[in-house]
Design a protein around this ligand. Structure first.
Ligand code: SAM
Length: 366
């Protein structure tokens, strides 16, 4: 509705379908016709979910911070019991537990609450709890979303990931350890997703550039024990890597240093989306130079849906990388253009089962 001087004009968006969807008269007609009623209900629920998304997320943070899921892992409890343990007024504890059950993280039976299958799965995903805790930084940055989207704020998230601004000198060891752990924990899922589709048979040596503390390499080793492996990352990060002795470690910056040669496969796992196009172009040129003819590059990260916007990557990852201020969530097509500018050919996106965890592109140097 547009409102001027108290007069509310009926909204007439372009296109017949949109005009009907916006019309209160059509909405009440649709509510009476069986097929239309189903569509209308589904759309209504979807709109409601969009509106309440922030409340879901915040109640999830409360459940995580209070460790409610852990407390229910061994058996059920009443709101009163948990309220006393957690120093929360009982009636407010009931609201939180009821919300948790509505989100299917918990299950309610009578006056008792139990951990539900979804809650157990949540606890089983390495790093997910830490990621939820870490989101308070992002939510703070989004507290004025209009100012944020106008670029008028200074997001705190940018400071959480100091390397994206090109840190080359010594970094605060606590900070290196904190972000490296967050990345390494969430790497389990990424590696599962990528290794399920990657063609690594027949490869000789894989160099993981920006490989953090080596979590991806550990997963590769478990699946391809004969493959030689090497890690390249900032010196302070490589120092934290816990890897078998036969995995080479190279500390350096891909901004200033050449990449080590010898690998016929190079991987960039969740690296490109941290950086702007100029940094990515320079990095891809270095990767191309380090590979032999016939060598392959693997780009593994969540990607935008491009012309077909994706409900996860084009909301969560696009906004997250925007808050980081340096990179962006690119589509496979945009990455393909950068790869081809760097001289790569045979650029092939490979579908993964969970694109919100990671998508994969393989490209070759010919
Ligand atoms: C988002 S993390 C991804 C880590 C790992 N690949 C993963 O998926 O878990 C990006 C990585 O790039 C590394 N990085 C950033 N700038 C770098 C640079 N200039 N040279 C080398 N590594 C860099 C960071 O230290 C960090 O480990």
């Amino acid at each position: 509705m547009t409102q001027q001087d108290g007069y509310v004009a009926p909204l007439r968006p372009a296109g017949l379908i949109n005009r009907l969807a916006a019309s209160p008269r059509f909405q009440s007609f649709a509510a009476r016709v069986p097929v239309l009623r189903t569509i209308a209900r589904r759309e209504g629920a979807a709109l409601f979910d969009l509106m309440q998304g922030f409340v879901n997320s915040q109640m999830l943070v409360a459940l995580v911070e209070l460790r409610v899921l852990h407390m229910l892992a061994d058996g059920g409890a009443t709101p009163d019991t948990l309220a006393a343990r957690l120093n929360v007024p009982p009636e407010r504890m009931t609201v939180l537990l009821q919300a948790g059950a509505a989100m299917r993280l918990l299950r309610r039976k009578g006056s008792m609450f139990f951990l539900a299958q979804r809650g157990a799965a949540f606890l089983g995903v390495a790093g997910l709890e830490d990621m939820v805790r870490h989101h308070t930084v992002l939510y703070g940055d989004l507290s004025d979303p209009v100012a944020f989207i106008r670029g008028e704020t200074t997001p705190a998230l940018a400071n959480f990931w100091p390397y994206v601004f090109g840190a080359t000198g010594p970094m605060d060891p606590d900070i290196s350890a904190r972000y490296s752990k967050l990345m390494a924990d969430s790497q389990t899922l990424v590696a599962q997703e990528a290794l399920g589709v990657l063609p690594l048979k027949g490869a000789g040596q894989l160099l993981d550039v920006g490989g953090g503390t080596g979590a991806f390499l550990r997963a590769v080793r478990a699946r391809y024990p004969a493959l030689q492996l090497a890690l390249f990352d900032l010196p302070d990060v490589v120092r934290l890597a816990q890897l078998p002795d036969d995995i080479a470690r190279h500390g350096g910056s891909f901004r200033e240093d050449a990449l080590p040669d010898g690998a016929d496969v190079i991987s960039l796992v969740r690296v490109l989306y941290d950086h702007g196009d100029d940094t990515v172009r320079a990095l891809l040129a270095k990767v191309h130079a380090a590979l032999p003819t016939g060598g392959r590059l693997l780009v593994i990260e969540p990607m935008s849906g491009g012309a077909r916007p994706d409900p996860h990557t084009d909301v969560y990852f696009a906004v997250y990388t925007l808050a980081m201020q340096t990179g962006r969530t690119r589509s496979a097509q945009e990455i393909g253009v950068l790869l081809s500018e760097a001289g790569f050919t045979k650029i092939s996106p490979i579908a993964t089962r969970r694109p919100y965890v990671a998508a994969v592109i393989v490209a070759q140097k010919l």
